[in-house]
Write a protein that binds this ligand. Structure first.
Ligand code: Z5A
Length: 220
């Protein structure tokens, strides 16, 4: 079991609140990487493998009893441990870029800042069960009400996390912003309130600048 936390330059993550526009941002990231000739693996959390997708259902299905915050955190990391071993590490080892719709920063923001769980505990799980940090994290930052308005009426019923109140999502947003402030070398903050074309351009600019910093050994 590893205790080390390795930052991998070819691991790129997208983070943000509900309705922030991660889906189109991921398309922009994939298109730019492929246009530069890179192999790209797209994935998401919670989920990304058949077993991890089943854990996702447990996490989001609102029909069972309420999940204890601790259960929620541990299931997020159970899904992530599986995902890292089955998908992320093999793809990185073959030289691909891995682009993940959410990763460990979501656990700090939602289970840490949102649910009030101890960041030290999350950090210990990150070191022991994950061992990987992204080289680049694009944080799509958006007013909570605007994000919720974008997704209103999309689903038949809100999932377990979507059912939370605005104050929960305000804490999550503050948590993401605090993490971006603490790690300016890894995070790029994108203003997600702009029209989709402008968000796409901001994502592409940030990614291009990041790729320009990578060395041949980062890409090997
Ligand atoms: N979670 C957690 O708690 N802890 C963890 O460790 C992890 C996750 C990994 C499921 O994730 C939940 O798991 C999530 C966090 C929690 N819960 N929440 N909230 P998810 O990624 O599946 O759920 P999501 O992030 O909420 O998905 P989303 O609401 O679909 O967000 P999005 O992917 O960023 O949005 P989108 O699908 O790209 O866009 C939503 C709508 O907005 C769509 O109609 C677009 O056309 C529209 N849109 C997008 N961009 C724009 C702009 N720029 N202007 C106007 N309209 C736009």
């Amino acid at each position: 079991m590893t205790e080390a936390l390795l930052t991998h330059p070819r691991l790129i993550t997208l983070e943000g609140g509900e309705g922030a526009g991660k889906t189109s941002a991921i398309t922009a990231v994939r298109e730019l990487l492929q246009a530069r000739g890179h192999d790209v693996a797209l994935t998401r959390e919670p989920g990304g493998t058949p077993l991890a997708e089943r854990i996702r259902e447990l996490l989001l299905d609102p029909r069972d009893e309420a999940l204890a915050p601790e259960t929620e955190l541990l299931l997020m990391f159970a899904s992530r441990a599986q995902h890292v071993r089955q998908v992320l590490r093999p793809a990185l080892q073959r030289g691909a870029f891995v682009v993940s719709d959410r990763f460990t920063d979501s656990s700090y923001a939602y289970q840490g800042h949102g649910r009030g769980l101890d960041a030290e505990w999350i950090a210990a799980l990150e070191r022991r069960a994950v061992g990987l940090k992204p080289g680049l994290t694009l944080l799509l930052d958006l007013d909570v009400r605007e994000g919720r308005a974008r997704t209103a009426g999309r689903d038949l019923w809100p999932d377990r996390i979507e059912s939370e109140q605005d104050d929960f999502f305000e804490r999550v947003r503050a948590g993401f912003r605090a993490r971006a402030l603490a790690e300016p070398g890894r995070f790029r903050l994108i203003d997600a309130s702009q029209p989709p074309v402008a968000v796409g351009a901001a994502v592409t600019d940030a990614l291009s600048a990041y790729l320009g910093t990578l060395t041949d050994s980062d890409l090997a």
